[in-house]
Design a binder for this molecule. Structure first.
Ligand code: NAD
Length: 414
């Protein structure tokens, strides 16, 4: 195998800071660490299969063409697995980057899945009544045999939820003449969902934090700041607060709140109910992004992608960043954090709990359920996080490089 020097592929990837480049950068540093050849690296970077479709949706003011994509990045380990994103600015590049992250995540978690992701370029706020059902129906037909329980399994992501997964499953079954509901996960309980899928990402993220605490000089009273108070952020705040961690700052799209002594998370959750904002609860008000730069032992971005750029990385006042959201750091942001000695638990280790929960829903739908899926989720997230700290120490590299190397070995060895 020929090695190639830092900088060949590396330099190209650090110049632009979008999600695809962040994902490619992670694969590249893992490949460089394993001394893979340029050809092997290019193979890992390339997506196995991509589907682009277009269909018409009836909006209030008439029919409009909508574009959608499904990317299966690497299928060596098994069927593709990854979410569906509905967002007006989603595009093929973003979907490809997210699918690549899923390949790493599924491999690191030891799941029998390749990495996949899908996106629909649509402003969900403009969809008319029944628009989501129309969308699911069009997608079910358009994706057809490109996806399936043994081919590629969908799940929720930004802009989609349990009802979209149920609607897609129904549409896909009708289009394919199948009665299997294992084509999508994250479904409501009455459509084949399982209870442990809810809160799975936060449960896994809490394990990532526990392992990080054990491996550093921090204790169980370490303070935490979280950007995002949605499915992941709110549940993580609750779990960590119950464990005795002061949650010193949280934010949502309406802004942030801060209390160096710890916020009352029950009161924040109450304030957030019925379309409120976390800013309706007690605490010093601040901008939604400012919660990332408050003084805290651990900072968790759990809302947006590409939010930690070089400038924000310079402003961080923390020792550990746990990447709850997908690709929250740009390439330059990662480099600045590393240069500043900030430990970063990468997204594909920190938020793997969600896809492990999805794995259990899929197994249940196939009639192959585990006895104790919750325990398996805890064990897997704990083991995968311990493995990246062990490897980082053994190879004297940062956690992202160690995690990428382990994940790539899992793909190449499949
Ligand atoms: P969500 O939609 O439930 O919550 C997102 C949160 O981000 C909301 O509280 C929203 O108000 C907040 N937000 C939006 N814009 C913001 C801004 N400018 N500043 C601060 N907060 C802002 O989403 P989620 O399911 O919690 O996912 C969050 C991230 O975690 C996403 O990147 C997602 O891809 C990733 N993730 C989620 C799961 C999961 O199972 N939920 C699994 C893996 C990865």
């Amino acid at each position: 195998m020929t090695g190639f020097g830092k900088g060949l592929t590396g330099i190209t990837v650090v110049m632009t800071e979008d999600l695809l480049r962040t994902a490619r950068h992670t694969i590249t540093i893992g490949a460089q660490h394993l001394r893979l050849s340029e050809a092997e690296t290019q193979r890992l970077l390339a997506a196995d299969r991509q589907l682009a479709v277009a269909f018409t949706i009836e909006f209030e003011d008439g029919p409009e063409l909508v574009h959608a994509w499904r990317v299966q990045h690497d299928l060596a380990r098994g069927p593709g697995k990854g979410g569906m994103r509905y967002a007006s600015d989603v595009n093929l590049e973003e979907v490809t980057g997210l699918a690549s992250i899923m390949s790493l995540k599924n491999s690191l978690a030891g799941l029998p899945f390749g990495g996949a992701k899908g996106g629909v370029s649509v402003d969900v706020g403009r969809l008319p009544d029944g628009g989501r059902a129309q969308l699911a129906e069009r997608l079910g037909r358009a994706f057809g045999g490109f996806v399936g329980p043994r081919t590629d399994i969908l799940g929720p992501d930004v802009g989609t939820g349990p009802n979209d997964m149920a609607a897609f499953t129904k549409a896909w079954q009708e289009s394919m003449g199948s009665d299997s509901n294992a084509v999508a996960t994250g479904k409501p309980m009455d459509a084949g969902g399982i209870e442990v899928r809810t809160g799975a990402t936060a449960l896994g993220c809490a394990q990532a934090i526990r392992v990080a605490l054990e491996r550093t000089d921090l204790d169980s009273g370490a303070s935490v700041a979280i950007q995002g108070f949605g499915s992941l952020g709110a549940e993580l705040a609750r779990l960590l607060s119950d464990d005795g961690h002061p949650i010193v700052a949280v934010s949502d799209s309406g802004g942030g709140i801060h209390d160096p002594d710890g916020l009352d998370i029950e009161a924040v959750a109450e304030a957030k109910k019925s379309d409120g904002s976390v800013t309706d609860a007690d605490g010093e008000k601040m901008g939604s992004i400012d919660v990332l730069t408050v003084e805290a032992d651990i900072v968790v971005p759990a809302a947006l992608q590409a939010v930690i750029d070089a400038d924000l990385a310079d402003a961080l006042q923390t020792k550990i960043v746990v990447e709850g959201s997908n690709a929250p750091s740009t390439v330059l942001g990662v480099e600045r954090m590393t240069a500043r000695g900030i430990t970063v638990v990468p997204d594909f280790a920190a938020n793997a709990g969600g896809v492990i929960g999805s794995f259990h829903e899929w197994k249940t739908n196939l009639g192959e359920a585990y006895d104790d899926p919750r325990q398996d989720m805890i064990d897997r997230t704990r083991t995968l996080n311990e493995s990246i700290w062990d490897r980082a120490e053994k190879d004297q590299v940062d956690l992202r490089t160690a995690a990428a190397a382990i994940a790539i070995e899992g793909i190449l060895g499949a």
